[in-house]
Design a protein around this ligand. Structure first.
Ligand code: ARG
Length: 606
């Protein structure tokens, strides 16, 4: 009955489960279906095909019958004469379980499964007592490298790097929640030929550059632009000087090293302020960090017979693709040589079992070639084993004109300006709303400021994360700052409203959590409950496929399920108040956990 204590109080072994994380509903059902399948068709190794029901017959449906029928065609067994009979057999062989309330066969042989309402209620209450971490997915790895953000020194940190930063942070947060140790790596482009030009320009502009403060050098982006102009100017001898500077830097000449360090430091300070504002933590191991490893790694690859010479360059032939150049004609190393060394380091020194790279889809081929070379070298085992590498690509950010996102004054949108704009629009909106509602007097300017920063930055992040990352998306302040539809602003309001319902009841929620229990009376109440417990399987899938938009879709439909519930079920002052308050609390807890994955700071007062 629903008044029985939550699941972990019933048996001591379930307490242990609370520490290690529980299995998701879907996983549990898959195991039931798997066991039924091996009883139904012994000896056949069939993967359970289970999905959320769309038809409304049950909560989940098993679709194995139809495909089993095609593979068993011609069998003389009376059970296998049509898909429906197979469906019935699968149903009959389902082991009894307290998760399942009822089952039925529908249509051509779908097996519909209805989850026990008591079980749903107990699962939610268990989470409220032991915390949302009990819903952490179990993934087969302990340590991962997430290579993200990775801007280039002195070049601008553009929206592409913003996507990498935002998506990468979400991936890292999901992994961390799943108890994986994450090495958050910023593979900063702090090495390469552009430094010759920058250093030479620094020497020219600031003859006593050692003494001038970073401030004087100012905006590195304009610095880069000006030096590039000079570099491209055919009349001057600057280009030659810049090329000599690269050599001197690479040979380790002190004055050049010091200048390089200074330029990196200025850039780093700029990046840091953006990360700080976005609430993103990263550890910088830039391209230069891997320099000492390049030679030995290339030696190993040469010994293994992978490296060949081609018109003075050293290359690795990749099946079906152009070769991977690992040493340029002039003897210099490149992006690929560094990435090989970095991969070697991550596998052998950092002992990562999964290495994830976040860049735009334009670099897909580069990573394909890199991973192929690593496989040929025997660094990576077969596809289904760890360690694994994965390139998580994403599309472009487009402006309202459908072209690559840019602003009028600068060529590429500067990140800080973009965040400032989001914030100030949010603030204006908030002030207008509060004034209309006569609540503006309750707010201090500081509160207004912090709230607009949280909503504005959350809106920018969410507008990015809610899209399938592989597609391009259009950057629109108007859309992302709307308080209607699938936006962070809408979700912030939805969450704040739930919190205010709970507050209005003025009950001790912690006490209710352990003393009262959840009961479903109305169908919308149960639907919300079922949606809440699905959190775990959605997260599991998002971690496996590395698609943050699964979380956004889930979050939005969760708030819709809540709205539906709140429209049909009175909470405060109703006979079901305590149970419903617990459901409100569980919704808010799950929403905040999703906000956390997405890097959104929840706002309570709105
Ligand atoms: N700095 C590169 C860029 O801006 C991204 C680096 C990605 N990481 C890597 N290990 N290659 O395009």
């Amino acid at each position: 009955s629903t008044s029985s204590p939550p699941e972990s109080q019933t048996q001591p072994q379930q307490l242990a489960a609370a520490e290690h994380g529980l299995e998701s509903v879907k996983r549990k059902l898959c195991r039931l279906v798997a066991s039924s399948l091996s009883a139904t068709v012994p000896g056949l190794d069939v993967e359970p095909m289970l999905e959320e029901s769309k038809a409304g017959f049950g909560d989940y449906q098993c679709n194995n019958a139809m495909s089993l029928f095609s593979s068993l065609r011609g069998s003389s067994d009376a059970n296998f004469q049509n898909p429906r009979a197979i469906g019935q057999a699968i149903l009959n062989n389902l082991p009894p379980s307290d998760i399942v309330e009822s089952t039925s066969v529908a249509g051509p042989g779908y097996v519909n499964i209805v989850i026990s309402s008591d079980w749903i209620a107990q699962r939610i209450q268990h989470m409220l007592i032991y915390g949302i971490k009990t819903w952490a997915p179990t993934l087969p790895i302990k340590r991962a490298v997430v290579d993200f953000s990775s801007p280039n020194i002195a070049k601008e940190m553009h929206v592409g790097h913003l996507r990498s930063t935002i998506i990468g942070d979400t991936v890292a947060r999901m992994f961390e929640f799943a108890n994986i140790e994450v090495l958050r790596r910023n593979h900063v482009g702090d090495w390469g030929t552009q430094f010759g030009m920058l250093i030479e320009f620094l020497f020219e502009q600031f003859p006593n550059w050692e003494e001038v403060g970073n401030q004087a050098i100012g905006d590195l982006q304009s610095f880069y632009k000006a030096s590039k102009e000079k570099f491209d100017n055919k009349e001057s001898d600057f280009k030659v000087k810049a090329q000599q500077a690269v050599v001197r830097l690479q040979q380790g000449e002190e004055r050049y090293r010091a200048a390089w360090k200074k330029i990196c430091e200025i850039s780093r300070n700029e990046f840091e302020s953006v990360y700080k504002r976005l609430g993103v933590e990263l550890e910088e191991k830039g391209e230069s960090f891997y320099n000492p490893y390049i030679l030995p790694v290339l030696e190993e690859l040469t010994k293994k017979g992978l490296v060949t010479e081609d018109k003075g360059a050293q290359i690795i032939l990749i099946e079906g693709q152009s070769a991977l150049i690992v040493v340029k004609k002039d003897g210099g190393f490149n992006y690929a040589s560094t990435d090989l060394a970095a991969l070697w380091y991550r596998l052998n020194v950092e002992k990562a079992e999964l290495i994830v790279y976040l860049t735009d889809v334009g670099q897909k081929l580069h990573f394909h070639k890199l991973f192929s070379a690593a496989s040929m070298a025997g660094w990576l085992p077969d596809q289904n084993e760890y360690p694994k590498t994965s390139h998580v690509g994403f599309g472009l950010v487009l402006g309202l004109d459908g072209k690559r996102f840019r602003t009028r004054c600068t060529e590429v949108v500067r990140l800080v300006d973009l965040l400032d704009e989001a914030k100030s629009q949010c603030k204006a909106q908030l002030i207008e709303r509060l004034t209309e509602n006569g609540k503006i007097a309750d707010w201090t300017n500081d509160e207004l400021d912090r709230t607009s920063e949280a909503i504005g930055l959350g809106a920018v992040k969410y507008a990015d994360l809610k899209n399938n990352r592989l597609t391009n998306y259009t950057f629109s302040f108007e859309k992302m700052l709307s308080d209607k539809g699938n936006t962070a602003v809408y979700l912030q309001y939805a969450h704040a409203r739930i919190c205010s319902i709970i507050e209005k009841a003025s009950k001790d929620i912690d006490e209710l959590t352990t003393k009262a229990s959840i009961t479903f009376i109305h169908a919308d109440e149960r639907a919300l409950g079922l949606h809440i417990i699905r959190f775990q399987e959605v997260l599991e899938q998002a971690c496996t496929d590395l698609f943050p938009h699964y979380l956004c879709d889930y979050l939005y439909s969760l708030s819709e399920a809540f709205s539906k519930f709140y429209t049909s079920c009175q909470v405060v002052g109703s006979p079901e108040e305590t149970s419903r308050l617990l459901l409100c609390q569980a919704t808010a807890v799950v929403m905040r956990q999703c906000f956390n994955f997405l890097g959104i700071t929840p706002v309570y007062k709105l």
